[in-house]
Design a protein. Structure first.
Length: 445
């Protein structure tokens, strides 16, 4: 008999079915035993009478059951459950794989364990319906990003993660031995997506990015999923922000349509958007923050976390928007390829998109003039020979261009209201963890 999925059982009342999955819970009532069986599509109640082997079952045992789908008595209907009007009366039970005693209860609506425990038992905790929901939403975010850009004429590309030099300079790099040479894990796919503008004009990629930041916060990961796009033949960096707006709106619409159940598990709602996302220059935002709070950050090159939260509060109050663009960051504090504003070269044609008090997206126009890039590479303390392949794209002609990038985990966290970005990473990496917590370094004398 062909396997039936749990989601198919309500349409098979009166029919015999073969279902397979994991035991979620077991309840004994005298000679009758109930189990809740779950598979990738949902959960269904199974009733056992006269099958002694059912007494062996424990949570997470893997089984297959042959039985008859029946309507539940009206008094036992569970309208909140997709299969709440039916149950399966078991005729045969086969155990496919037993499970060890669980380290915590998996049967409730919440996993009431600490984050370290949640991550130390990741293969198990990921099976919980509420944890699964995080990654169903993340899948939709990634798919929405991809579909929106394809609809706008972008081509998907694949780029390397082993690179010969630093993308953006700085010391936050993972160096590795590459045969008899040194190489690095990529900080971003930035240089390669710029090269590909010379091939396809509009490109995007889903890439792994690595940052050797020696800190542990609720908003940073050592390895994360970077959703990157780059586009050529632009007249202004504002064109890039227009694409960002469309990508966000398209993605939110897809999440709203496909993940209502998952959003409901977290009592989450999508961010409120104004007709057009509000835009402020960095110095304008800092002036507003100063007037609202008295904190004087007006000469700082960026917004700190409290600044980001405050300007998002302002955007919601004034514009009814939970997202806001901040533009024109100082040239000296942006990567070497960032395009200076012709009207004020001290600042750049760049932007961050903030959402619910946190940076979601960063982007801007890039320098496309070969000689200017050479000058900036040297000025930023780098060597042009380390960027030979990258510079070829500009040496042989690249149009005015720019792009943006967003972190999939961070947006997932913000949409669902998670407390820590590690909850939005299947197998998070940080300076204290590679799958399991790393042992503390011994102090040296």
């Amino acid at each position: 008999m062909k396997r039936a999925l749990v989601s198919q059982t309500p349409q098979k009342v009166g029919q015999e079915v073969l279902i397979k999955g994991w035991v979620n819970t077991r309840r004994d009532h005298g000679k009758i035993t109930f189990i809740d069986l779950c598979d990738r599509t949902g959960l269904v109640q199974v009733v056992f009478a006269g099958i002694e082997k059912v007494k062996q079952l424990r949570p997470q045992w893997v089984v297959e059951i042959r039985g008859i789908v029946k309507k539940r008595p009206q008094s036992m209907v569970k309208p909140e459950l997709a299969t709440g009007k039916i149950e399966v009366a078991a005729k045969e039970l086969k155990i496919l794989a037993p499970a060890a005693e669980l380290p915590f209860d998996m049967g409730g609506p919440e996993l009431k364990v600490s984050l370290p425990t949640l991550l130390d038992f990741r293969p198990l905790s990921l099976r919980h319906p509420k944890i699964q929901a995080i990654f169903k939403v993340q899948e939709t975010i990634i798919t929405g990003f991809r579909e929106s850009l394809r609809s706008q004429g972008f081509t998907e590309i694949q780029v390397p993660t082993i690179v010969p030099t630093a993308t953006e300079g700085g010391a936050q790099l993972f160096r590795l031995r590459y045969f008899d040479r040194s190489a690095f894990l990529a900080q971003s796919p930035q240089l390669y997506k710029q090269i590909m503008v010379g091939v396809f004009e509009r490109v995007f990629t889903l890439a792994r990015a690595y940052r050797a930041e020696p800190s542990v916060t609720t908003r940073h990961l050592t390895e994360y999923i970077s959703l990157d796009a780059e586009m050529g033949f632009i007249d202004s960096f504002e064109e890039i922000m227009e694409v960002v707006e469309k990508v966000i709106r398209d993605t939110f619409a897809k999440v709203e349509k496909e993940n209502r159940a998952e959003l409901g598990l977290f009592s989450a709602s999508l961010p409120k958007l104004s007709k057009a996302f509000p835009r402020l220059k960095l110095r304008e935002a800092q002036e507003i923050i100063f007037k609202r709070t008295g904190r004087d950050q007006r000469q700082e090159p960026d917004l700190d976390p409290e600044d980001e939260r405050e300007i998002c509060r302002y955007a919601q109050e004034k514009y009814g928007s939970e997202l806001i663009f901040i533009t024109h960051f100082p040239t000296a504090k942006r990567p070497f390829y960032t395009y200076p504003d012709p009207e004020d070269p001290e600042f750049t044609c760049s932007f961050d998109l903030l959402g619910r008090g946190l940076e979601w997206i960063t982007g801007g126009q890039r320098i496309n003039d070969y000689q200017t890039l050479l000058e900036h590479i040297r000025k930023w303390g780098n060597r042009p020979r380390d960027f030979e392949i990258y510079l070829q794209a500009f040496k042989y002609g690249l149009p005015p261009e720019g792009g943006f990038a967003l972190g999939a985990e961070r947006i997932t966290m913000q949409i669902l209201g998670l407390e820590n970005v590690r909850e939005a990473s299947l197998f998070p990496r940080d300076m204290e963890r590679i799958d399991v917590s790393l042992p503390k370094k011994r102090a040296t004398k």
